[in-house]
Structures are given as C-alpha cells and as structure tokens.
Design a protein around this ligand. Sequence first.
Ligand SMILES: [Zn+2]
Length: 145
Amino acid sequence: MRIVNYTNIPTRVVREIIRFVRPDKRLGRFSMLIDEGKAPWAGVAQFTKSNIFPSLPIEKPTIVIKIPPQGSQIRRSDGRPVDRVEMLVFLLAHELRHFWQGNHPRLVDLEDEKALERDADTYAYERLEDWRCSRNLEVRRVAGE
Ligand SMILES: [Zn+2]
C-alpha cells in the first residue's frame, strides 16, 4: 500500500487507523492520497483507472481523502466526527467498506448505489464508535484506572 500524505497527521497514525477500520485483513494493494482543503471534506474510492493524480506513482485502486486544515472549526453534532483524526477514521472506514463491497458481490447489491452508501455509512459510524471506545480505554489504562 502506498500512502501519499499531505497533512501533518503522521502517516503511522494513518496506518494505525487503516488497520483499525479495514473490513477485511486481505484488502490487497491500493494507493491512498490524503490531503487537506476546504469543505466539502470527503473521500473517493476509485476502483479502476485513476487519473485524478496522473503525476503520482499511484497504484490502483485508489482512495482519496480530503480533510480540513489544522485549526479548522469542525461542527459538533450527534455521532459525527469531531476532529480531523475522527474524520479520517470515518472517511477511511467508509471508503474501505466500498472495496469490501466490491469483493463481496453476493452480500450486497452492487447496482443499488444508495444501499451501498448506506451500508458504507453504517459501517463507518460503527467503526468510529469502536475507535472512541478504544481511545477511552487507552486513556483510562494510561491513567491507571
Ligand atoms: Zn461512499
């Protein structure tokens, strides 16, 4: 896996998040580009020919994630990502779930785009909840509770 990371979130953190949210240990080879910029903050999973970044030596399939720059105001609302790392957790879980869907055509209807998006969001919210729980456990463990 090749990761091009233009944010100041360390790439080892990005890799940790990928390990945490991946729906399948055998994800295969893919590339990932993480950048920051203005809203909308979003991810794209591209399965076939990638010409988004033709100058980059990028493997296909490709995931592209855009998150806010450091210091941006992120609106808090129920269950949604509250900071840039949580945003990465959510967006990576969502996009990796699309790869999983592609590898499990008998479990999902690949023609039903709305259902695929719903499934990817549901998965991403679950993984974000798990991520928060694991962080809380970590904090308590370090604090000796
Ligand atoms: Zn999607």
